[in-house]
Design a binder for this molecule. Structure first.
Ligand code: GAL
Length: 889
């Protein structure tokens, strides 16, 4: 039965058909408990690898593939938060559909045979809008978030119970045969607890009691919560968690967030965490007694719509994760971690059979942790073969600079700096964290399409690949720079932004009128001065318009504004717009945070003194006309679109639309919006997110050395370039032709230069030397270490594989010898086996994947004695159906 379910799952995946996952039980019902060493699943301690995937950051159509890639990469568990504001956008009106179909997501995880860690929160942080809180929550009278406050606790309990009950009704807990093995209450509350004094401490106790009272029947964690009560596991979130100790000897060491990259903001650099360091951190964690490790994120995805938090977090949530924003494997990260997981799994029997490791100092900065037992650990019913004679060891060199040679159990081991060697049998090295043998893939812009559609025969273009495109005109309509609807209202004074918008839109308009006398004009001219608009504090963005013209802006997190203004004699329209760019998602008292204008607002430099605008009459209007009239929908007759000509590209506050045909196939698609300024974009009515072409600082992107402690500034990339120019458009939102693209541009850009990109992993490379380790897959599965196999199989392998439905169409470089350089820049060295290319081509061409042993025999003998041999290969993947493969392009 289980096998049939698996088969159905993969059929759904490969045929990309919609299969309803209706089966109730995915596993034989099992219990989950824990002891001081590990989670105990169905009576057995387990060492678990978990992959963080947030379901609304992908589409349901992407979920099966993401889960399958996590499993293939060695994950046992999928971890996700639950996003309250997505599920209850209006109080009492729930949404569990589409990207918020949590039940479907959990069932997909179960049907793939993985477990699930559900972090209910309901506060999540996560660089998600308002940390996951619905904005209506701020309007509940007397509410103070995340403390001992009755109105807050009532709302929180209602939502948490709703989620737990839903999971139980759908039979998704382990004891019901479902995949959920663990839950989470709150999120890193320990960081802000002190802000609430006694109320904070009470709240922790209440939250724990409330969680346990729901009868979910699986363990709960509270991450970064040093005062987590008994029966709730406090866990670690950090770049490294190998020194972490939970607050009780009865609790296991869990790592709920291993930050394998980092997020970024508009105008920021792109963080990159080297996989050698990440693998080191993970190996050290298991070495020193850890038992559950989750990658935050394994797949980061996209903040579609206005879901990104902030302020100022970008639309991409790629996170430098092992699976990239588009769902493609990010190599060598994914592959190297897969090898690491396989090595850890080989150690699992020894790791679970020992209550704690034996520590051996091997050198000043070198140490071993050995898991070896002949003694049955208390309470675990391991069979004789499961514990007797098990021995696994981790040898660590924590020196940040030097390679070390150590002696362990009479044998010498050479360990690169800042690395761990894993010895599943206490003798043979199966893996070293600094030796990356995994494939690297490069994702160049192989395809760059003009925006085209066959529906509007305007101009025939012949592209370089021989396909004919017919370009479609761009249409445009202005967003009025004034109060545009009858839903406006006028009051005295300045209102707080969120109190008015309720986050229905990023934009809030404030309009007033200023009378300028001839005396004032004379005064300015005579003294050569200009009046100024002074505002105590604004966030996130302020635009200032006088008589419909944009005259200035301010950007920041509660920054002061001093803007010179020019008025004409008579009445002048002063129109302000404040904008949010993702609501605050971290910190205490989020409900008080607010946005827009704070403090005094006045005009200075007038003949008779300052004009206090804080008490003036202001007319308010929420949002854009185009947003509320839904200009982004097909056949919207409310907009008066006119054709856009090249010489008349309007600038501020303009809507644009066109139709385009995406390139055929299944590869992920992106829109390149580098030619635009700032705004929002929709495809076929789906909001693909905010865009902003803000440039990252020029400096701060030095060459990356994996050695030594990581921080998010350490290995940044993309200096001097816009932080984000590509915006993911999920394939399932596209049709074969005539796709409506609508853009709202705030500051000015050139829509004619927008193009469609294909994200592809078509150039793949691998470089493996004979000093590397044998393929771990040969060791068999982790339930049993085949000692003989482990000893006999010494030959390293080079593995190549194409993603999606692609096959290896050509080998563009191959050299067995001492090739130099890196992917896309390989060159032959002084040693080269002349038949390298033909041997590799024969083995790989036309295949989806291929493996080659790094051995002289395969290449017709030793090409140069005494040289450590390396095989470097670069190959091209393409779809088997595409005539001539990649050469078409
Ligand atoms: C953690 C938090 C996560 C996420 C992460 C940074 O502190 O728990 O939700 O915000 O930081 O990406």
């Amino acid at each position: 039965m289980a096998r049939r379910k698996g088969l159905v799952f993969f059929l759904c995946l490969y045929l990309s058909i919609h299969c309803e996952v209706t089966t109730a039980a995915f596993f034989k019902p099992f219990n989950v408990t824990y002891d001081h060493r590990a989670l105990i699943i169905d009576g057995k301690r387990r060492m678990l690898i978990s992959a963080g995937i947030h379901y609304p950051r992908a589409t349901p159509e992407m979920w099966p593939d993401l889960i399958a890639k996590s499993k293939e990469g060695g994950a046992d568990v999928i971890q996700t938060y639950v996003f309250w504001n997505g599920h209850e956008p209006v109080r009492g009106k729930y949404n569990f559909e589409g990207r918020y179909d949590l039940v479907k997501f959990v069932k997909l995880v179960g049907s793939s045979g993985l477990y699930l860690h559900l972090r209910v929160g309901p506060y999540v942080c996560a660089e998600w809008n308002f940390g996951g809180f619905p904005v209506w929550l701020r309007d509940i009278p007397g509410i103070v978030f995340r403390t001992n406050n009755a109105p807050f606790k009532e709302e929180m309990e209602r939502f948490v119970s709703k989620v737990v009950n839903l999971m139980r009704e759908e039979k998704l807990f382990s004891w019901q045969g479902g995949p959920i093995i663990m839950l989470q209450m709150e999120n890193e509350y320990g960081n802000i607890e002190h802000s609430f004094g006694k109320g904070g401490k009470e709240y922790v106790k209440w939250a724990a009691r409330m969680a346990l009272s729901l009868g979910a029947g699986v363990p709960w964690v509270m991450c970064k919560q040093p005062d987590a009560p008994d029966n709730i596991i406090d866990s670690c979130n950090a770049y490294y968690c190998d020194g972490f100790k939970p607050n009780s000897r009865d609790k296991p060491i869990l790592w709920t967030e291993d930050w394998d990259g980092w997020y970024t903001e508009w105008g920021g650099r792109l963080p990159h965490r080297p996989v050698e360091d990440l693998a080191f951190a993970v190996a050290r964690f298991f070495e020193r007694g850890g038992s559950f490790q989750n990658y935050y994120m394994y797949f980061g995805g996209t903040n579609f719509g206005r879901t990104s938090g902030g302020p100022f977090y970008i639309t991409s949530y790629d996170y430098d994760a092992p699976i990239d924003e588009y769902g493609l494997l990010s190599e060598p990260k994914w592959g190297h971690l897969k090898d690491l997981h396989a090595a850890i799994k080989l150690c699992e029997p020894a790791l679970v059979a020992s209550d704690s490791p034996i520590y051996i100092k091997l050198g000043p900065k070198q140490e071993a942790h050995v898991y070896h037992t002949d003694v049955q650990p208390n309470g675990l019913n391991l069979s004789l073969s499961e514990f007797r004679g098990r021995c696994s060891a981790f040898l660590a060199n924590i020196d940040e600079r030097k390679t070390a040679t150590v002696t362990f159990r009479g044998q010498k081991y050479t360990i690169p700096p800042w690395s761990v060697s894993i010895l599943p049998d206490c003798r043979n090295t199966a893996f070293n964290t600094a030796k990356v043998g995994a494939q690297t893939s490069v994702k160049p812009v192989e395809f760059d399409f003009p925006l085209v559609s066959n529906h509007f025969p305007v101009l025939q273009l012949m592209s370089h690949n021989g396909m004919s495109y017919i370009s479609k005109p761009w249409m445009t309509v202005n967003e009025p720079i004034r109060i545009w609807s009858t839903s406006n209202f006028t009051v005295q004074g300045i209102l707080e932004h969120l109190n008015v918008t309720k986050d229905q839109s990023d934009y809030l308009w404030y309009a007033t009128s200023i009378y300028i006398s001839a005396d004032d004009v004379f005064f300015w001219e005579k003294n050569n001065v200009h009046p100024k608009l002074i505002i105590d504090s604004i966030r996130d963005i302020l635009l200032v318009f006088v008589n419909g013209q944009l005259i200035g802006n301010a950007i920041g997190h509660w920054v002061k504004v001093a803007q010179t203004v020019q008025f004409s004699p008579g009445y002048n329209d002063l129109t302000l717009i404040t904008q949010t760019v993702g609501l605050q998602n971290y910190g205490a008292y989020l409900e008080k945070d607010g946005a827009g204008i704070r403090g005094e607002i006045k005009l200075t430099g007038f003949k008779d003194g300052d004009i206090d605008l804080s008490k003036s009459l202001w007319t308010y209007q929420v949002g854009l006309q185009g947003e509320f009239l839904k200009f982004y929908l097909e056949d919207n007759e409310k907009a008066e679109w006119a054709e856009l000509t090249h010489d008349a590209i309007p600038s501020t506050f303009t809507w644009y639309k066109t139709y385009f045909d995406p390139p055929a196939g299944s590869e992920p698609v992106a829109l390149d919006l580098a030619s635009m300024g700032k705004g929002q974009a929709w495809v076929n009515g789906h909001h693909i997110g905010r865009y902003w072409t803000l440039i990252a600082p020029k400096d701060g992107c030095k060459a990356c050395d994996y050695r030594g402690p990581y921080n998010s500034d350490k290995c940044a990339t993309n200096c001097g370039k816009p932080t984000q120019t590509w915006y993911h458009v999920p394939r399932s939102w596209l049709q074969a032709s005539h796709n409506l693209l609508v853009i709202f541009e705030e500051v000015g850009g050139n829509p004619f230069d927008i193009s469609v990109k294909l994200r592809s992993a078509r150039t793949i490379c691998a470089k493996v030397s004979e000093s590397h380790y044998p393929s771990l897959s040969k060791f068999g599965d982790s339930d049993f270490i085949d000692q003989e196999l482990l000893k006999s199989n010494k030959t390293p392998e080079m593995n190549l594989y194409c993603q999606g439905g692609d096959v290896i169409s050509s080998i563009t470089f191959a050299s067995y010898g001492n090739p130099q350089g890196s992917c896309q820049n390989f060159v032959r060295g002084s040693c080269h086996a002349p038949n390298s290319l033909s041997i590799v081509s024969q083995a790989c061409r036309g295949q989806k994947s291929c493996s080659l042993e790094i051995s002289d025999t395969l290449f017709g003998g030793d090409p140069c004695q005494g040289v450590v041999k390396t095989l470097a290969v670069e190959a091209t993947c393409s779809s088997p159906s595409r005539r001539g493969g990649s050469s078409l392009f």
